[in-house]
Design a binder for this molecule. Structure first.
Ligand SMILES: [Fe+2]
Ligand SMILES: [Fe+2]
Length: 207
């Protein structure tokens, strides 16, 4: 973990001082937040949807929008959409969440025999949990670099909301399954491998 945090810090400290790279970084994060928001909406039950899930979907969509707006402070007018030239490590960035999602579904099917709605709900909780743990590390290190380089960009409001999500996911997982901690640990391991792939792919683009 320590080593990964150090690796992440090095990557981010290479990105932030370069406006062009920083723009693509922000756009990539925006794309991933938007993918998250769309997944939450897809997993929502059409009728039995409570305020926590609605808040969560709204906030992830806000993160995507907020990050997109930050690009204007760095490289104005250059990043119209999420096509490959405007992203960092586009293929890996696109795959990260989808692969995590697929792995979580397969895991819940094999290990707990879940199907249909139950499977959707479980995958939503576990995937989101793993991502929130990651978001905590990533946005924390990113904000430190932003402060260090006196960037006009800041992600403090995102950090605050992601902390809230992590607490909510933990509470929901506790009622989802008595062995939730083991389930979460297993998915976090899968997420860890995917995250390393992502960082390595970005690193390769920087060199
Ligand atoms: Fe988010
Ligand atoms: Fe979140």
């Amino acid at each position: 973990m320590e080593q990964l945090a150090e690796q992440l810090k090095q990557v981010i400290e290479q990105i932030v001082p370069s406006n062009e790279l920083h723009g693509r970084w922000l756009n990539s994060l925006s794309m991933m937040e938007n993918t998250g928001a769309r997944k939450i909406s897809r997993y929502e039950h059409p009728v039995h949807t409570g305020i926590i899930v609605l808040k969560h979907a709204a906030e992830e969509a806000r993160h995507a929008y907020y990050l997109k707006k930050q690009i204007e402070k760095v490289v104005p007018g250059n990043f119209p959409d999420y096509t490959f030239p405007y992203l960092l490590a586009p293929v890996t960035s696109y795959q990260y969440l989808h692969q995590l999602d697929i792995s979580a579904c397969r895991y819940l099917k094999d290990k707990l025999g879940l199907e249909g709605r139950e499977l959707f709900h479980g995958a939503y909780l576990l995937v989101t949990y793993a991502i929130e743990v990651r978001a905590d590390l990533l946005y924390g290190i990113y904000q430190e670099a932003l402060t260090k380089y006196k960037s006009k960009v800041n992600v403090k409001s995102i950090i605050l909301e992601e902390e809230g999500h992590l607490a909510e996911m933990t509470r929901m997982l506790q009622t989802f399954h008595p062995e939730w901690a083991q389930l979460a640990e297993d998915i976090c391991k899968v997420e860890g491998d995917l995250f390393i792939k992502w960082i390595v792919a970005i690193q390769q683009e920087l060199n």
